[in-house]
Design a protein around this ligand. Structure first.
Ligand code: S3P
Length: 429
């Protein structure tokens, strides 16, 4: 297990490009694979999670060429995937296993999907239950709630599903199954989660209707290959946004970041905390809003975070917790129970780690209360095998009084393999 020790820096400066968006990269392969024609993808994120998706589709007979810059996905049409000869290993990727389960529910062959020790602990019932209602046969450990999952797909019925959680993975799994269902499948969620599937389905020619907190997909409509450019991932940019905000004398320009409004909760939250963040040159790329983001160091203040902004910032809470630890006053986070079922329990992981640096954190079932400190202390913290915990604690280390050692950092490669070289570049080591 690798660890890294990071010493404090005096500023964060420069101009950087962030690697491609993880969610959009997954979806580009999935839709490209079942479209007619060759889909090209530029800016694809070559993190381990997305490589798991690529491998899964190759194992189902999809040719994917990669010249190091552009992917060419040779689509097989809606009904052209073939049975994998082995178990499909989704690694650490919740998006791979859940979206794939939806897609496999509509295939007339047998599949087994599984993942690493962390993924095998995460709840799958949230997708299994609606997919079974659509007519798929799915078995798994813990009465169908835990991977490995065995999926026998086939003809599906359209359903109207009210998801109890705001989850783009649940919504997208049902949308993918909906492509194979007889009629119109709809999903409603408590408040809107990221809508990359809705946008990309439309781009590929699917019949999709969106309403305030839901979507309807028509089954049986063939998809057409597209040329896609993936913007930089705002979830990866978030670590650098927080780094520049909390480190004195900093100014950082982050180029080409996806600013889809269902993902910009982190920007709204940090601006409410007093952060100086500007979106420059806003534009549209492959149906997604994109901008350059200019960040300057700022004195942050504690705020209350709850409600509809939570799903719009769901992956950024580890970074937001670090901002809160450096802010003046108290930050409360509520309605964020979903953080307990991410790659690790992110509420407990962040509370324990910040505690070790001298920050007072109180956990509650659906969130936490963080009292900001003037200076973070040094020490040793744990990633808990979670990429975002590792990266947020690495950012905290930039302004601690002494060095911080972050243990078990291999997981960073799941979403951001170039994180440490970029951090080194902007902090002028
Ligand atoms: C994702 C959805 C979110 C997010 C994950 C990626 C996606 O998960 O946390 O990193 O690409 O659909 P949930 O749907 O479980 O909220």
């Amino acid at each position: 297990m690798n660890s890294i020790t990071i010493t404090p820096v005096s500023s964060v400066k420069g101009e950087i490009h962030i690697p491609g968006d993880k969610s959009i990269s997954h979806r580009s392969i999935m839709l490209g694979a079942i479209a007619n024609g060759i889909t090209t993808v530029k800016g694809f994120l070559r993190g381990e999670d997305n490589l798991s998706t690529m491998k899964a589709f190759r194992s189902m007979g999809v040719r994917i060429d990669d010249d190091g810059e552009t992917l060419a996905i040779h689509g097989k049409g809606l009904h052209g995937l073939t049975e994998s000869s082995d178990v499909i290993d989704c690694g650490n990727s919740g998006t791979t296993i859940r979206l794939l389960s939806g897609l496999l529910a509509g295939q007339s062959f047998f599949s087994v999907v599984t993942g690493d020790q962390y993924l095998r602990k995460r709840p799958m019932k949230r997708v299994v239950e609606p997919l079974v209602r659509m007519g798929a046969r799915i078995m798994g450990r813990n009465v169908g709630n835990l991977a490995p999952l065995a999926i026998s797909g086939g003809a599906l019925n359209a359903i109207g599903f009210e998801s109890p959680v705001s989850s783009a993975q649940v919504k997208s799994a049902i949308m993918l199954a909906g492509l194979y269902a007889d009629g119109e499948t709809s999903v409603r969620e408590p408040s809107l989660s990221r809508d990359h599937s809705e946008r990309m389905f439309r781009l590929f020619g699917a019949t999709v209707e969106t309403f305030s907190s839901g979507v309807t997909v028509r089954g049986g409509v063939e998809l057409q290959a597209q040329d896609i450019t993936v913007p930089g991932d705002i979830s990866s940019a978030a670590f650098f946004i927080v780094a520049a905000l909390i480190t004195p004398a900093s100014e950082l320009l982050i180029r080409n970041v996806g600013v889809n409004p269902t993902r910009t909760g982190v920007i709204d939250i940090l601006i409410s905390m007093g952060g100086s963040i500007e979106l420059l040159d806003q534009r549209q790329v492959s149906g997604e809003p994109v901008a350059d983001i200019l960040v300057r160091s700022s004195q942050l203040k504690g705020i209350e975070i709850s409600g509809a902004v939570v799903p719009r910032a769901i992956d950024e809470f580890p970074a937001i917790c670090v901002a809160a630890a450096c802010a003046e006053g108290i930050t409360t986070i509520r309605d964020a129970r979903e953080l307990r079922v991410k790659e690790t329990d992110r509420i407990t992981a962040m509370a324990n780690n910040l505690h070790r640096l001298g920050v007072m954190v109180e956990e509650c079932e659906d969130g936490m209360t963080i009292t900001g400190v003037e200076q973070l202390g040094g020490g040793e913290v744990e990633s808990c095998g979670d990429h975002r915990i590792a990266m947020s604690m690495s950012v905290a280390a930039l302004i601690a009084t002494e060095s911080i050692t972050i243990n078990d950092i291999e997981c960073v490669a799941t979403s951001f393999p170039t994180f440490y070289p970029l951090l080194e570049q902007v902090s002028g080591r």
